[in-house]
Design a protein around this ligand. Structure first.
Ligand SMILES: Nc1ncnc2c1ncn2[C@@H]1O[C@H](COP(=O)(O)OP(=O)(O)OP(=O)(O)O)[C@@H](O)[C@H]1O
Ligand SMILES: [Mg+2]
Length: 259
């Protein structure tokens, strides 16, 4: 594939905080349907980069181009704020580590899903409720819970609801920052299974930040390894994890480092 086919094309992105921290010189292309994992130790710049890519933080330098539904390339940070917000509602999903950051805890599960549909113009109550029901089922939440508020849900259920809220609009690109972060191992496994299935079914392009190499192995086709704000190694997931070239990746994989 050529650069022309990328859904996201990233060149020399940098975001420094007063000259230090952040991320720098990041370039890559993301293909439709591809899951890209970003791994690296705490403080390596993963979240900073993801926030720049998803338009929520303005980089100091570089360019992030998104290919819209009609094929045109859009410069994410050159768009007007309303256009960028529209893109976030229609084309993108953002799954936060903490469901509180991605859900409205005070309104019902059904409303959390329905709100996203209404944001793109859905008005028919019965259809909205029907979609909410379907999505609860898809993320394995009992539809009897549709009128309950997410604060009455377990952590795993909240995370599944957050996923439903993000996917109900049929996005093309989803950003996830440590989606399994705060969960028990067994709950994580179920969530990973679900994510893997949905990503495949919906042919989603996905960028997933994690410091859990097991999560990266399960979900990501390709990996970028970050250290001190830079990408120090990238390649197909199995290659990077089974045959790491950079000494830092070797340490990360041998779990000498506190990932
Ligand atoms: N708002 C900010 N102001 C100043 N420095 C920041 C800010 N946000 C992040 N940093 C610094 O930038 C670097 C990268 O932080 P970032 O949060 O992107 O790392 P991370 O890889 O996501 O870490 P973690 O795995 O702990 O979430 C760190 O040194 C951090 O201290
Ligand atoms: Mg982070």
């Amino acid at each position: 594939m050529s650069e022309m086919d990328a859904i996201l094309s990233v060149r020399d992105v940098a975001k420094l905080y007063g000259g230090r921290g952040g991320c720098k010189e990041v370039s890559f292309d993301l293909w439709p349907g591809e899951v890209l994992g970003i791994v690296g130790e705490s403080g390596s710049g993963k979240t900073t980069l993801l926030d720049c890519l998803s338009g929520r933080r303005t980089p100091d330098a570089g360019r992030i181009m998104y290919r819209g539904r009609d094929g045109e390339m859009l410069d994410v940070h050159a768009l007007s704020e309303p256009r960028r917000r529209l893109l976030m509602r229609t084309d993108w999903g953002i799954v936060h580590q903490n469901p509180r950051d991605g859900l409205r805890m005070g309104v019902s599960a059904g409303a959390n899903i329905g709100e996203r549909l209404m944001a793109v113009g859905a008005r028919h109550y019965g259809q909205i409720r029907g979609s909410a029901n379907d999505w609860l089922e898809r993320v394995e939440i009992d539809e009897n819970r549709i009128d309950d508020r997410p604060m009455t849900f377990s952590g795993g259920m909240q995370q599944r609801l957050q996923i439903a809220r993000n996917l109900v609009n049929g996005p093309r690109l989803v950003f996830m920052d440590e989606p399994t972060g705060g969960l028990d191992v067994s709950v994580q496994a179920r969530l990973l299974d679900l994510l893997r299935r949905l990503v495949r079914e919906m042919h989603l392009a996905c960028i997933i930040v994690t410091h859990d190499l097991g999560v990266a192995r399960l979900l990501a086709h390709r990996l970028m390894v970050m250290k001190d704000g830079r990408v120090i190694e990238e390649g197909l997931t199995d290659q990077v994890l089974d045959d790491p070239h950079h000494p830092y990746t070797q340490l990360l994989v041998s779990s000498v480092l506190p990932a």
